[in-house]
Design a protein. Structure first.
Length: 262
């Protein structure tokens, strides 16, 4: 007569009587195989994700580090889809980041009407640290998102933010931390228009634009701390991200889906 030993199931961790088995039931065995197939790199998790991985429980009542597939399905897949539409306004010489400052930024949340934004203050403009404060606020808001979408942000917005952050010795998100898409290259590849500006693309594709015209004198007034001029810069900035979202929603159907790191 075969002997049965008291064991603990490798999946549900409940005791059972069995001989030469790891699981108390075929269901637990199937669930264990699904968990084993979880495909993500623990070393690449962000701080808040790593905390959740080691402290929160899944639908089976087990810690996520015991059920990694549940962590991917219930937490990662739900959390890692936050998309933001990014635009910054600057005052620079020749659009070169080390010869100017960031005046304002706006990031439109794709899943809501919320726009995360800020503008440099008069006090900051006349301080020694200039745009250090707004650069830090911008980085804080960037880190709310998993994917950023911009217009010629590959060539201007992202490198400018990184340059200003490094100039002020601020911690900018590393490679692989946040993904990025650039609508400029969608427009250039799929449309035949001149110029390839966001404003022109919106007129052609959407039939309208919210964009206000760039006024050099108004930007100069903003640089001198004129509050009304600073507010105008921020209004211009917010209009850009609203147009960008509408343009992206049309153009995304004509290109291969894919992202790159900022």
């Amino acid at each position: 007569m075969p002997k049965f030993y008291r064991r603990v199931c490798d999946f549900c961790e409940e005791p059972y009587k069995g001989r030469g088995k790891q699981f108390c039931s075929p269901k637990c065995q199937n669930n264990w195989q699904r968990q084993k197939g979880a495909n993500f790199n623990v070393a690449a998790l962000r701080k808040r994700e790593l905390i959740a991985f080691n402290t929160k429980e899944c639908r089976h009542g087990k810690l996520y580090n015991q059920h990694p597939r549940c962590f991917k399905e219930e937490y990662l897949d739900a959390e890692r889809n936050r998309i933001g539409f990014l635009d910054i306004e600057t005052f620079t010489s020749g659009f070169v980041a080390n010869r100017g400052i960031i005046l304002s930024y706006a990031i439109k949340d794709k899943d809501s009407k919320k726009i995360y934004s800020s503008i440099i203050t008069k006090k900051e403009l006349f301080s020694k640290t200039k745009d250090k404060g707004i650069t830090q606020r911008l980085i804080n808001d960037i880190e709310r998102f998993d994917t950023l979408i911009g217009y010629y942000s590959t060539g201007f917005d992202i490198p400018t933010i990184r340059t200003r952050a490094l100039y002020w010795k601020l911690k900018h998100p590393f490679f692989g931390y946040i993904q990025h898409k650039d609508v400029f290259y969608m427009v250039r590849a799929k449309l035949n228009i001149k110029p390839n500006s966001q404003e022109e693309a919106c007129r052609i594709v959407l039939g309208k634009t919210r964009k206000t015209h760039y006024n050099f004198n108004r930007w100069m007034e903003a640089l001198q701390g004129n509050q009304k001029a600073l507010n105008d810069v921020l209004v211009h900035n917010k209009a850009d991200v609203l147009d960008l979202e509408d343009l992206y929603n049309v153009m995304i159907d004509y290109v291969k889906s894919g992202t790159k790191s900022i």
